[in-house]
Ligand binder design. Structure first.
Ligand SMILES: *[C@@H]1O[C@H](CO)[C@@H](O)[C@H](O)[C@H]1NC(C)=O
Ligand SMILES: *[C@@H]1O[C@H](CO)[C@@H](O)[C@H](O)[C@H]1NC(C)=O
Length: 338
């Protein structure tokens, strides 16, 4: 989420210009009548080996440092959630534009996961033993969406297959929404392309409704906050304590778990933590919820989903997977999921 005004809560997994690549024409990605007669489908399928290999590389990176998992999901969210669609026009969405949006206040701390994805994607890693890099096979936007899915799975969540074939763009997405919407309360106002951390439950409904997500789905998406960490001042150098610059925040030596003790595990503990918070069962300082978290338990309609996910992790996983697919697949073109 956009974290304006919540200065130290920076690296949580909020939520969440590139070379233009030459893809095979989209028609070759779609199943054709004759497809079943052709032998090895791999020739029609440029993404199969490269996407699987990319996921496994990201998984190894997370195995070395689990604290990057949350930020990778957040990166995917921030590239994708800018989508605005009406009958005639689609703007925003997962198109790699995040690379031009790093200076935005809502993208603080997105630099770290971005560097990981971008360098793996563009490096000459010879992924197929023919000297190819991932960037000759798929877009940066695809790489970002794959990384988020890999992060969920690598930390114990479901396998989420995603479509491929997103196109990268060479400018930033709009920062301000084309259409401003608001319900009765001022905190429900949605006027930017990424959600404000101060949105109330009506604001969340408006924002995620725009992305085509149901209440159940966006509540599920918030569950990835269980992987979140926030920057603490512990161990910071004197110059940083005097002038807390972006670099200081990004390179902070100590990150504290945001919500739960199982901060490196993708599970449903976020929902139990919210319910405990709501019934005053947590000590001060034990959790660090932001207003959008709290909105999920104070709103009766949304709390139903929080309660269900707290009870039923399998259902949470299914809902999260569907929500993630809706979020990142909005500009993807393949029928097949990878
Ligand atoms: C992708 O990014 C561009 C910025 O170049 C933006 O204007 C465009 O609307 C975005 N989305 C789509 C679906 O093209
Ligand atoms: C803090 O650091 C930034 C970036 O280096 C610099 O532009 C700014 O002037 C500094 N502020 C103070 C009060 O030293």
């Amino acid at each position: 989420m956009l974290l304006a005004g919540f200065g130290f809560i920076l690296s949580r997994t909020s939520f969440l210009g590139a070379l233009s690549l030459s893809f095979l024409p989209p028609s070759t990605l779609l199943p054709t009548k004759s497809a079943s007669h052709r032998s090895p489908p791999i020739f029609d399928d440029p993404f199969s080996p490269s996407a699987a290999r990319f996921r496994s590389e990201i998984t190894s990176i997370i195995q070395q440092d689990a604290s990057v998992a949350g930020p990778l999901i957040r990166l995917a969210f921030h590239d994708a959630a800018t989508l605005e669609r009406d009958l005639t026009t689609t703007t925003g969405g997962p198109n790699g534009s995040i690379r031009y949006e790093m200076e935005r206040r809502e993208n603080r701390a997105v630099g770290r996961p971005f560097k990981i994805v971008e360098s793996l994607w563009s490096s000459n890693n010879d992924y197929d033993d023919n000297g190819n890099s991932f960037s000759t096979q798929f877009s940066l936007a695809d790489a970002i969406a794959l990384s988020g899915a890999a992060a969920v799975e690598a930390t114990g969540g479901p396998h989420i297959g995603i479509r491929m074939g997103r196109k990268d763009v060479d400018t930033a997405d709009a920062e301000v929404s084309r259409v401003v919407v608001q319900k009765s309360t001022p905190r429900s106002r949605v006027d930017r392309t990424l959600p404000s951390a101060a949105l109330d439950s009506d604001g969340l409904r408006l924002f995620f409704g725009r992305l085509g997500l149901s209440e159940q789905e966006f509540v599920a998406l918030c569950g990835s906050h269980g992987l979140g960490r926030h920057v603490s001042l512990l161990g910071m150098s004197k110059p940083c304590l005097k002038n807390l610059t972006r670099t200081c925040l990004e390179e902070a030596p100590v990150l504290l778990p945001f919500v739960t003790s199982s901060v490196d595990t993708f599970d449903n503990s976020y929902f139990s933590a919210l319910l405990q918070w709501n019934s005053n069962q947590v000590e001060l300082g034990e959790v660090a919820f932001i207003p959008t978290d709290v909105a999920l338990v104070v709103d009766r309609g949304l709390r139903v989903h929080v309660e269900r996910f707290a009870r039923d992790q399998a259902m949470y996983f299914t809902s999260f997977a569907r929500a993630y697919q809706k979020l990142v697949d909005s500009t993807a073109v393949t029928v097949k999921r990878y």
